[in-house]
Design a protein around this ligand. Sequence first.
Ligand code: ATP
Ligand code: MG
Length: 212
Amino acid sequence: MITLALSKGRIFDDSLPLLAAAGIEVLEDPEKSRKLILATSRPDVRVVLVRATDVPTYVQYGGADLGVAGKDVLLEHGEQGLYQPLDLKIARCRMSVAVREDFDYAAAVRQGSRIRVATKYTEIARQHFSDKGVHVDLIKLYGSMELAPLTGLADAIVDLVSTGSTLKANHLVEVEHIMDISSRLVVNQAALKLQREPIRALIDAFARAVTP
Ligand code: ATP
Ligand code: MG
């Protein structure tokens, strides 16, 4: 049995065409069912539904043989022990620094002020500001980052942006592009050895189905 870890929402939805290309149809709709283990049209393949941030953990410890996880999640988790054979180019967005429209970020950086940054992505933020030599106080949040600059909790946020409409609706502007983000296929190293043929075949089928 091959177990594939996916998260509900955009990763699940964007993975369906790739699974279809590998001859895998998920037999249940996660938005309608409460099941966490979903059967597929292939008797040897099942899908487990986990939180997006838990995908690397499941794959690393063998709770799943493969998974699909955002680069953001992989960088925060740490990539040790995870084989990443493929950029699936789905759930694409960017990691950015954003501030209130009336906050002069360039001036704050130029003056060497300490900047308070709220984010769910503390590892990516720590690395980014340290590379730039900007002094920051990081405040860990678990959601609704846009609220932080509006309430005075922070001067800036580090968050994922796709269209920019959420920032705009909250009078925030993007001032730095940190990196482009997409989702990757991650594979458990031991599973790759023990089930080499079927896992290789899956990776190849996904690779052929990736749209550049
Ligand atoms: P949860 O909603 O359970 O707290 P989450 O917010 O991490 O978890 P999603 O919002 O489904 O889960 O995001 C899953 C992945 O999709 C992220 O890790 C990221 O790689 C990508 N992603 C997040 N936001 C966007 C976006 N606006 N556009 C495209 N891809 C995104
Ligand atoms: Mg979300």
